[in-house]
Design a protein around this ligand. Structure first.
Ligand code: SAH
Length: 354
């Protein structure tokens, strides 16, 4: 009970921490000191904050909290170096985040919601339904938990590609980005942060105007409105046409290149007309295409159209990518990482899957 009345300091950008310090009768600069302890020294106890007086540390302990998640389990993939973190919230909800090491990078994939309301037919998280938004503390604590294991600054990249739709939890996503990209937080920069969205059009415009200039990825999966609406119901509310306009604005305002994510589904988006439509779309704005092999969601025993989805065979994916490259489209085929522990794209469901 006592815990709930305390103010959570993780997830506050430095300006908010300064305001908090002023509100308890402390000088403003204490806010930056606390920020430094949380994000650079990974402190989760006020007792560690040695440049604060004992009296202030006690005052903070009685009115504020740094406790966010309980780390329940770290699962290690057997065939790659991917690790999956199972974290439980103070209200006993489970969420997952994943670290994907690759050469000189360690990419952290973070969640923004418990479950997801979007109901994309190929995604395990969507099949869970939606429970609630994560707080900004819960978003940044995924980074802090991973940084504790990997050390600082070993997490080099952050992708908002875990559970949930970041642009439907806009305020908290924005706050967490402003913390990650704060120059006082050493080791991360805006060019190493990617927000992935299914296409919440007005929020793409707002993020463009925010000045944060992180990278943007769109879960595209089909260039055709009707097909896209069948596998991604959100396309009915925010049709692709408007989303592409917003992305053109984003690319221009931020001087960044848009990433299109494209999960290959046999017979649905791997046809010759899909190649043509992709060439047209990708040539119309600064962009690159990430092709993702479809990861099975059979462990969720889905019904309806979800149960019928099959991956495009590997050789067909290669041929598809080749045709796009011949038209000067930048194409990457993403490796499947961590599917043995259900940590690959679209497999996060916050429960054990053995
Ligand atoms: N809601 C956000 C972020 C989460 S999904 C979004 O839609 O972008 C992260 C990426 O994994 C998205 O591109 C998503 O479409 C893709 N994905 C989801 N399920 C998948 C699956 N079963 N196999 C491969 N990729 C999948």
């Amino acid at each position: 009970m006592e815990k709930e009345t305390k103010i959570q300091l993780k997830g506050m950008p430095v300006g908010e921490l300064e305001q908090f310090c002023i509100s308890i009768g402390e000088p403003k600069y204490r806010g930056a000191q606390i920020f430094n302890w949380i994000y650079n020294h990974l402190a989760d106890d006020f007792g560690e904050m040695q440049n604060l007086s004992k009296q202030l540390r006690e005052k903070l302990s009685s009115s504020a909290s740094l406790s966010v998640f309980n780390l329940k389990e770290v699962q290690q993939s057997h065939n790659t170096s991917t690790k999956k973190f199972l974290l439980s919230t103070n209200d006993n909800r489970n969420i997952e985040s994943v670290v994907i090491p690759d050469k000189e990078r360690n990419t952290l994939c973070i969640s923004t919601q418990v479950g997801c309301p979007l109901d994309c037919k190929f995604c395990a998280t969507g099949l869970l339904g939606y429970k609630r938004n994560l707080t900004s503390a819960e978003i940044v604590d995924q980074y802090l938990q991973a940084a504790k294991i990997y050390g600082k600054p070993a997490i080099t990249n952050i992708v908002f590609m875990g559970m949930g739709e970041p642009l439907l939890n806009y305020e908290n996503t924005l706050k967490s980005i402003s913390i990650f990209t704060d120059e006082m937080n050493k080791g991360l920069s805006r060019t190493r942060i990617t927000v992935s969205t299914a296409g919440i059009t007005h929020r793409i415009n707002e993020l463009a105007d925010s000045g944060l200039r992180v990278k943007m990825a769109l879960s595209l999966h089909s260039c055709f409105e009707e097909v896209r609406s069948t596998i991604m119901p959100i396309n009915v509310k925010y049709p692709l046409k408007g989303t592409i306009e917003a992305l053109k604005y984003y690319a221009k305002a931020t001087k960044t290149r848009i990433t299109f994510e494209y999960t290959m589904l046999k017979g649905i988006n791997d046809r010759p007309e899909d190649v043509k439509a992709l060439i047209r779309l990708c040539s119309s704005l600064p962009s690159k295409l990430n092709i993702i092999p479809f990861n099975s969601i059979k462990h969720m025993s889905p019904g309806g159209i979800s149960s019928q989805l099959e991956p495009t065979p590997k050789d067909k994916i290669e041929a598809f990518a080749q045709k796009l490259r011949e038209s000067n489209i930048t194409v990457m085929i993403r490796d499947t990482q961590g599917d043995d522990i259900a940590a690959a794209c679209g497999q996060l469901a916050g429960k054990h899957v053995n």
